[in-house]
Design a protein around this ligand. Structure first.
Ligand SMILES: Cc1cc2nc3c(=O)[nH]c(=O)nc-3n(C[C@H](O)[C@H](O)[C@H](O)COP(=O)(O)OP(=O)(O)OC[C@H]3O[C@@H](n4cnc5c(N)ncnc54)[C@H](O)[C@@H]3O)c2cc1C
Length: 396
């Protein structure tokens, strides 16, 4: 525990349950605005942020949160590249990465420097209510605002979902990378087995990179050994001579086509992945979590719930609905080996539309453009015809 010690009344302005991405961003935004804020952050693990590498497109971050994200950023590239069999392009948008270790260090420091803030690690919240939480050991804490962001594992796995699966190796290389200033988000020129498959390469230094094999598949099983071998074979093919494997990460992220729970604008604030504050079609949570963090931090605690939050929830629901539609079309109406074509087609759109897509800020014109002007190739018209009417009529 750092910062202020538990007080007898254990009353706070903000009780943040779950020390992951969402509540870390809220805490940093609150303490940046008011270092005297009375904030409690409760995390069940020994450290904040689990074992993640969170990447994001800088242009998707609200202006009010750029300072917070800059403190968290470990690596940044001014541009990124994508490669498909028929399209290769560089997009001049900055891209950045936050590691769990840095996240833990920055959030912990912010709490240590704040006189009225308390960081409670290794403590599970047993109960979370509108204005209170009960912690392991029996302590009861109250907050004007309680934020419940216990993450994807806190909810049930969506019944209808595809999966984004990956195995990544952080590798040390014998030679300098050809272009360490450009992140490579997608190289889909690799064999398309079991779904849309691509390799993701983030240069972490002249001779260090994170190389990840990724597949968008209908089944959640992770072929760890096969994907690890695929990463090493890819490095060899691209002329990257691996001298050491420094770290490994793996994951399976649901890509559902129905929300698991209804979003809510009433206390407690159910936030982060658990509350629907994420991008269903990309798995990127940073922009949406940052938007909610800015919203919470820019008003007094007594004014968080109300018409403005209800409007923000509606906006997120509407944007997410389009993401769910894309997932349903991808996983139900497009043959696994043709899925890459949907993404290849997407990267033919203008840079600004691409950025709005990642930021979950698409306009109605963007949505029309993505579908109507030139529908993505590979999508079965017959299968799509079963999905689209319900979506257009607002029934999903
Ligand atoms: C494989 C994979 C790759 C991803 N890549 C990206 C990416 O590049 N960019 C991006 O933006 N997003 C990415 N995401 C998504 C992102 O990691 C999550 O959506 C995001 O972390 C959700 O934030 P959160 O705060 O809701 O949950 P989490 O970050 O999971 O945090 C929840 C926290 O709550 C804690 N907790 C749970 N229950 C309790 C309890 N009872 N008491 C106390 N604490 C509790 C957990 O220990 C955890 O630390 C990825 C996800 C996966 C699986």
């Amino acid at each position: 525990m750092t910062g202020a010690t538990a007080r007898d009344d254990a009353r706070y302005d903000y009780v943040l349950v779950g020390g992951g991405l969402q509540n870390g961003l809220i805490a940093l935004a609150l303490l940046a605005r008011d270092p005297g804020a009375r904030v409690l952050l409760v995390e069940q693990g020994e450290a904040l942020g689990g074992n993640h590498t969170w990447s994001f497109h800088e242009g998707t971050i609200p202006a009010a949160m750029l300072g917070v994200l800059a403190r968290l950023t470990e690596h940044r590239w001014p541009r990124y590249r994508v490669r498909f069999p028929g399209v290769a392009r560089v997009v001049e948008h900055p891209y950045a990465t936050v590691s769990s270790e840095r996240f833990h260090a920055v959030v912990s420091e912010a709490f240590a420097a704040a006189p009225n803030a308390r960081l409670q690690l290794a403590t599970r919240a047993l109960e979370v209510g509108a204005e209170h939480a009960v912690l392991e050991g029996g302590e009861r804490v109250t907050g004007v605002v309680v934020v419940d962001a216990r993450g994807p594992d806190a909810g049930a796995l969506p019944a209808e979902t595809g999966f984004q699966k990956f195995v990544g190796l952080e590798v040390e290389l014998a030679d300098d990378l050809a272009d360490p200033g450009t992140a490579e988000l997608i190289d889909a020129t690799v064999p398309q087995r079991g779904g849309f498959r691509f390799v993701y390469t983030l240069p972490f230094g002249p001779r260090r990179a994170l190389v990840e094999d990724t597949v968008f598949a209908n089944e959640p099983d992770l072929d760890e050994a096969g994907m690890r071998a695929a990463v090493l074979a890819y490095c060899e093919r691209r002329g990257m001579r691996v001298t050491a494997i420094l770290r490994e990460e793996k994951g399976v992220l649901p890509m559902p086509w129905r929300p698991t729970t209804a979003m809510r604008a009433t206390p407690p604030l159910v936030a982060g992945y658990q509350g629907g504050w994420f991008h269903p079609a990309t798995g990127y949570s940073v922009p949406v979590a940052a938007r909610l963090a800015a919203f919470v931090a820019e008003r007094p605690p007594g004014a968080v719930f109300g018409a403005d939050l209800a409007a923000l929830v509606r906006e997120q629901e509407e944007q997410a609905r389009f993401g769910y539609l894309l997932n349903e079309l991808l996983f139900k109406a497009t043959a696994p080996e043709k899925r890459f074509g949907v993404f290849e087609h997407f990267y033919e759109h203008p840079d600004e539309l691409i950025l709005r897509f990642y930021g979950l800020e698409l306009t109605a014109a963007d949505k029309r453009r993505m579908f109507l002007r030139r529908p993505p190739p590979g999508v079965s018209f017959l299968k799509a015809a079963r999905v689209l009417p319900g979506w257009l009529l607002g029934r999903r």
